[in-house]
Ligand binder design. Sequence first.
Ligand code: PMT
Length: 403
Amino acid sequence: MGLLDGKFVVLGVSGGIAAYRACELARLLVKDGAQLQVVLTSAAAEMIGSVTFQALSGRPAEVGQGGSLAVSGMPHIDLGRDADLIIVAPATANSLAKFAAGLADNLLSATVLASTCPVVLAPAMNTRMWENRITQANVSLLNQLERMIFVGPASGSLACGEEGAGRMEDPVFLLEAVRAVLSKNDLEGRKVLVTAGPTREPVDPVRSLTNRSSGKMGYALAAAARRRGAKVVLVSGPTALTPPWGVKLVEVETAAQMAQAVDKNISQCNLVLMAAAVADFKPKTRAKQKIKKGRALGVIELSRTKDILAALGKKKKKPLLVGFAAETGDPVKAARQKLKAKRLDLMVANDVSLPDAGFDVDTNRVHLVDGQASQELPLLSKEEVAERILDRVVKMLPKKRKT
Ligand code: PMT
């Protein structure tokens, strides 16, 4: 099951060198459940064969004026009417100019013109072409239409050997943009702070006390909140993950740094989701030099770290607070104790002794625990768990004041 299950997406590919990266995007869209129709311009088809897209999407890709769909009569009208979303990646200067001018001289431009659904545009071109006033005028014209959503271009080294703005945005980010556009928007206007990953408490310059958190649960929550329209700050301990598209990432290492980053970013926050596995203890002192192996095994004295959530729970004016409980026994009982002790609104309890839940794996089994009851969710991907947590939390948030 993917977040794009049941969605009909048209992927338009125009003729830029970045067309090869559209193959990866097609793969990701299909993997996420989308029914995909690829439409290539003739120039794009000279760069990447339509057979590649056919294999990736499971249906014939259309080229130029369209071929196989033409038998059905009016392919551009059918696609424009049926698509839940169109994404054009790469969108060349030429294609943007056509969309802005309302031209319909190939199947892609005709489909965009005949559609009413959201259109995600991922520009890719030489920097000077992007910065050209004519292209920029086309971009601002398209931007006036709410359903046209630009993602990118990114900056970096370009195929022409120059540096600057003009790279097509990463396919992973484009997938995330598609998911966001098609997602519920029930966190719009809200600020959400998420913590993720482990903390690392140094013993000496090369060793530290840490835990097995990969950050996956917290990153999934940050991505889901962003998709649903929230402004998201993600305070993250060390992980190997790519930060989700559109969130503000604050990287920290120790529990003390995490506490500081939370304090700094908490103002105006409506919701805190504390998925980080914060170390409860840290070495009392940090050796300046590497402790030598030969030294007699000593004792590392520990002191408590600040309990970040408990401190937030004590505040008079506080956002909705959601904690996580990593347990190895009865997760609900322990989670309810923590909920009360830290004065939280909701606890997400996971039994980290199960092989398919908790640390590092891509799935989780959680219980949502409040003061009165608990709800057990089935085994789900961490992305789905994040969505289900937010479904619950959205109902608990105070209604937005009308301005
Ligand atoms: O990152 P993954 O590999 O995807 O794994 C996900 C997870 C197992 C780390 C996650 O689902 C999870 O359970 N996170 C919380 C782990 C934890 O530290 O639980 P705890 O029971 O020790 O702490 C309870 C709550 O207090 C947590 O929300 C924690 O962030 C918070 N806390 C704990 C200690 C501390 N000093 N400050 C805190 O704010």
